[in-house]
Design a protein around this ligand. Structure first.
Ligand SMILES: C[S@@+](CC[C@H](N)C(=O)[O-])C[C@H]1O[C@@H](n2cnc3c(N)ncnc32)[C@H](O)[C@@H]1O
Length: 1003
């Protein structure tokens, strides 16, 4: 195999970015692995396959062969450009403007695998790819599909179980798995049904309940009324909502003060929310007092919160007309109904649960473990849910407990009958995963999304945020509940088989179709097709383990061809903490099938490689200690990777984090373990709409780092100095940044992308030190950051990857400023205006984190608190909020119009005058100030026009309310440019691009 690999020379980053987003296009089903079970921070399949294949192929491999093998069977860049233009002019390009299926849907066949074997210079099926932190398994799954032998490991047993269900079972058992699972779940449904008698009230014919909406409740300490807690009472975007009706008894502190609920379709009749910022607001008209959040939590912890049913979501069978042949046209229409007497069966449920619970606890059927005291999110405890089973209402618990009871009875019966084959066991694992699906959608941590009219699941967010009101799903409803969970799982299994054993799955599909036509024909067909499919299929073996990535003692030294890994991203997700929600149930179901995975009380937090401050609770500088712990754990995992990697092997790493501290920790670990970074690629892997990154200014890119074991250095090798390397780092960034931008990487992502080349250069010279000590002021900052914890360790001569990242940011900033001013000298712009321009350029939003703003301020040399906050922006919690010209004027924040503070003030005075009075008034103002011929003004105008959001007048796309004021500034300034500065200031790039795109569509 050639020494250099494709990933060290080339990667189609723009194409991969487009396909990664396409993989998760809203309204199209996500890939089956993502849908099978919740796992956090999954990587796109196409990006994972690209990482594996490009790490195996030699540097001179044919690019077309590569693109084809990863499923890019057309030109996604051209297609995307056409889609964007068509969107703007309202043209419909048909159902699939790409002209080929989403890349992940394509699996190379045996012939293609042979071509790949020739390209890698050896049998691809004899190669090993290791992912030591495999999570939901995108990487090993894709290795398997390429025909490589995958070794997947994860510390977390829930992840390990998902790995078996995603990779191992489908490739081992094929389509049989679907049949076995269907058989099992049907058995389960018949067995469970009798248990549901009387648990949910019957509904009239033609009505299906989709959810019961509950509000948690407390007692008002002032009037004794029962307060149902909900931030608002909206039910649907169409205006439906709740009006509270009050039973006030004989006034405050009398017994029986409760609310009843009326469903109304008039917005103006909705009652006010009863909770805000954690405080409750008593809704009783004769009280209306505020109950502070401490009292709310006190009651929750001491007496426990109550819950009240306030509406039922349902769909009704409605005749909406007649077909041509005279039959009824039926539509199921979603709606809400008020609560009725039959719904009130709390006492019955309590009694039933009371009878069951002691036996269930004795038989270990429901989770009675405590929610960990020591966690990063103890809201369940704060709100009175100290045990895992408390995250479920009594009726939810009754249902989930029943599911486990029946699961275990069936399993026991199969075991006793000696029919628990490997295939049957796999079906039980899927059954356990399906029941988890229901728990995710049926806990006290769900919510009703009134804008989209849907239930939002527990792990829509990566935390245990408390829900004031939640939705309960009835498991036995036809087409919903169990039906939905099982059918969805069956579909996932089928698709997984299709993805790993496409030939067999295709044959099965054809056979099923034939069967529908004629039973005999089908029989013949199946035999011949199976015979055809069988010889070609030989899935490579997969090895799955559940241990810490730093102790892979089942792997021999120097045996792995490539390591491809996607480690935890510092403090982004606390996998173990979150996964306990599922673990406590899985150990009572799947744990009876695969006991080796479920020996612990809860999942392992101690060996988890995340920056977890909870592990250091009570210690001084817990956050700093957590960061160090992450670094050490990652270094240990990398050291293990180095041990098992062949000497000429490559380790490809995916990583993203906005904080340089996280990068510093990761790459220090990497270099300490003896790796050097040989290449880096930014891939746009995150959809902008996904909730956890929707927070403004989030990064969308994942950076791929290709790494190699560093050759042993002679002990006598010369010392290397940062002062010599820093210019090389800057140069490396400069050489790549334009290419990144051309590939569609913009905003914060451009800064992230620059970390790659900077780290490549840095690692080439690592370890290094400073020739002259770090300036005193910087040392002070470092000391402060470490909370003076380890002052002895702050070595003024030390250099860390963070230094390279700072140099990279600085370089991208000056490069961007040059671009935004159309290469008119950078020195012409004052620091405040430069900060404003760079902030818009990087974050493309008016709201972004204060810490990021501070970093930018330091880089351009302004005092954030004195020169920005209270002048151009306000500070809101941990964010900075930029203001447009009108907002600044209204708050009296505008600086002098003579520009003595910043040129941005002159621009904002002009924009404000144009918006509030007229364009001519703005022009006069500029003329009076002598700005018409002033080059520094031209430079600032140019740059500001480049970064502000383009208004709908020019783009035909409406801006969101948060952006519209800035769009109006853009419009005012662009009109001014057209009126008075066409000679001196170029047309903003975005407007020229729009013109070109429009021309493209017209052609
Ligand atoms: C970013 S996720 C991997 C996601 C995966 N690539 C996917 O697409 O689903 C990182 C994983 O590292 C695992 N992990 C954390 N500490 C570990 C350790 N010490 N050893 C092995 N795995 C660990 C976590 O449980 C988590 O599943």
């Amino acid at each position: 195999m050639s020494e250099r690999r494709l990933i060290e020379e080339w990667l189609p980053i723009a194409e991969l970015g487009i396909e990664s987003l396409r993989e998760r296009t809203p309204m199209t089903p996500f890939p089956a692995p993502n849908r099978l079970h919740v796992w956090w921070a999954r990587r796109p399949l196409v990006a994972s396959r690209a990482a594996v294949l490009a790490s195996l192929l030699p540097a001179d491999a044919d690019h077309k062969t590569f693109l084809h093998a990863i499923g890019i069977l057309g030109d996604p860049i051209l297609a995307k450009r056409r889609i964007n233009s068509a969107k703007r002019v309202g043209e419909n390009l048909g159902p699939n403007p790409y002209g080929y299926s989403r890349a992940f849907q394509y699996t190379p066949d045996s012939e293609e695998k042979e071509i790949l074997s020739t390209a890698v210079g050896g049998e691809i099926a004899s190669m090993f790819v290791l992912d030591p932190t495999a999570g939901g398994g995108s990487i090993p799954f894709e290795a398997e599909r390429l025909g490589v032998q995958a070794i997947a490991n994860d510390l977390n047993p829930v992840a390990a179980l998902i790995l078996y269900a995603t990779i191992d079972y489908p490739s081992k058992h094929g389509i049989e798995l679907v049949r076995e699972f269907e058989d099992l779940y049907k058995q389960f449904l018949s067995a469970v049904e009798p248990h549901y008698q009387g648990i949910f009230p019957p509904e009239p014919e033609g009505t299906i309940v989709l959810g019961y909406l509950f509000a948690r409740s407390i007692i008002c300490p002032y009037c004794g009324g029962l307060i149902p807690l909900s931030q608002n009472w909206r039910l649907s975007a169409d205006g439906t909502g709740i009006r509270l009706l009050f039973e006030q008894a004989s006034g405050p502190l009398s017994a029986g003060r409760v609310c009843r609920y009326e469903v109304t379709d008039r917005l103006e009749d909705h009652s006010e929310g009863t909770v805000s910022d954690g405080d409750a607001i008593c809704p009783f008209p004769d009280c209306k007092r505020v109950v502070d959040s401490d009292e709310v939590k006190r009651q929750a912890r001491t007496d426990g919160m109550g819950e009240q049913l306030y509406a039922v979501v349902l769909k009704r069978r409605t005749v909406v007309g007649r077909t041509k042949s005279g039959n009824e046209k039926i539509k199921w229409i979603k709606g809400f109904r008020a609560v009725n007497q039959a719904d009130e069966n709390t006492a019955f449920i309590q009694k039933r649960l009371g009878a069951k619970l002691p036996i269930w606890i004795a038989n270990d059927l429901v989770p009675s473990e405590s929610f960990p005291e020591n966690s990063n999110d103890d809201r369940p405890i704060q709100y009175g849910m100290p045990l895992w089973r408390d995250l479920f209402s009594p009726r939810q618990l009754l249902c989930h407990g029943t599911s486990v009871e029946v699961y275990r009875e069936l399993l026991e019966a199969d075991r006793n009958a000696g029919v628990l084959t490997e295939l049957r066991k796999a079906a039980y694992i899927y059954l356990a995963l399906s029941l988890d699906k229901l728990r995710d959608y049926n806990s006290r941590m769900t919510r009703w999304h009134s804008k989209r009219d849907v239930i939002v699941n527990t792990f829509d967010r990566h935390d245990f945020s408390f829900k004031w009101s939640y939705v309960e799903m009835a498991p036995m409803i036809v087409g919903h509940g169990y039906d939905w969970a099982f059918e969805e799982t069956a579909k996932c299994i089928e698709e997984l088989v299709e993805l790993v054993r496409p030939e067999e799955a295709a044959a099965a599909k054809v056979a099923a179709k034939a069967q529908r036509r004629s039973a005999k024909g089908a029989e013949l067909f199946v035999t011949s097709i199976t015979a055809m499919a069988e010889p070609t299929h030989a899935p490579p073996p997969v090895t799955i383990t559940c241990k810490s990535g730093d102790h892979l003692d089942h792997i021999e030294d120097n045996t792995i061809d490539v390591v491809v890994m996607d480690p935890p991203y510092y403090d982004n997700v606390m996998y173990a903490e979150l996964s306990d929600f599922f673990y406590v149930w899985l150990k009572r179901t799947a744990g009876y099938v695969e006991p080796s995975l479920f020996r612990r009380l809860l999942t392992d937090k101690d060996h988890e490689a995340v920056a977890n401050p909870a592990r250091f609770k009570g210690q001084k500088g817990a956050k700093v200690l957590a960061g160090r712990d992450y670094q050490e754990r990652m270094a240990a995992i990398f050291t293990e990777c180095r041990r098992v990697l062949k000497p000429n092997g490559v380790l490809t790493l995916m990583f993203t984090h906005k904080a340089t501290g996280a990068w510093d920790a990761l790459t220090t670990g990497l270099m300490k373990a003896g790796f050097t970074i040989t290449a880096s690629w930014p891939i746009n892997t995150e959809a902008e709409g996904s909730l956890h990154i929707k927070d403004k200014s989030a990064a969308n890119s994942t950076i791929f780092l290709a790494c190699r074991p560093r050759p042993e250095q002679a002990a006598t090798s010369e010392k290397k100095y940062w002062e010599d390397v820093e210019p090389l780092v800057a140069k490396a960034v400069r050489e790549r940044v334009q290419k990144f931008q051309d590939a569609g990487i913009t905003g914060v992502d451009l800064y992230l992308a620059s970390f790659g080349p900077a780290l490549e250069k840095f690692s080439e010279f690592w370890p290094l030190e400073r020739g002259t000590p770090r300036p005193q002021i910087e040392l002070e900052k470092k000391r402060k950051k470490q909370a003076e914890l380890f002052p002895e360790e702050i070595d003024p001569y030390a250099v860390t990857p963070e230094d390279a990242l700072t140099a990279a940011r600085r370089e991208v900033k000056s490069w961007r400023l040059e671009q935004l001013t159309h290469r008119k000298a950078r020195t012409d712009m004052d620091a405040v205006t430069a900060w404003f321009v760079l902030a818009w350029d990087a974050f493309e939003a008016p709201v972004f984190p204060y810490d990021e703003a501070l970093r930018l301020a330091r880089a351009v040399g302004v005092d954030l608190d004195k020169e920005i906050v209270g002048r151009l922006a306000t500070k809101k919690a941990s964010d900075i909020v930029l203001l447009d010209s009108q907002q600044r004027a209204a708050k009296m924040f505008l600086g002098p119009a003579d520009g003595s503070r910043a040129m941005l003030d002159v621009l904002h005075h002009a924009a404000h005058a144009a918006r509030a009075r007229s364009l001519e008034a703005a022009r006069e103002l500029l003329e009076k100030g002598g700005w018409l011929t002033e080059p520094t003004f031209h430079v600032a105008l140019q740059a500001v026009l480049e970064v502000l959001p383009v208004s709908a007048t020019f783009s035909k796309v409406e801006l969101t309310p948060a952006l519209s004021g800035f769009g109006s500034d853009f419009e005012a300034l662009e009109n001014l440019r057209r009126l008075a500065f066409t000679e001196q200031v170029d047309e903003p790039t975005l407007l020229s691009k729009l013109r070109i795109e429009e021309a493209l569509v017209i052609e």
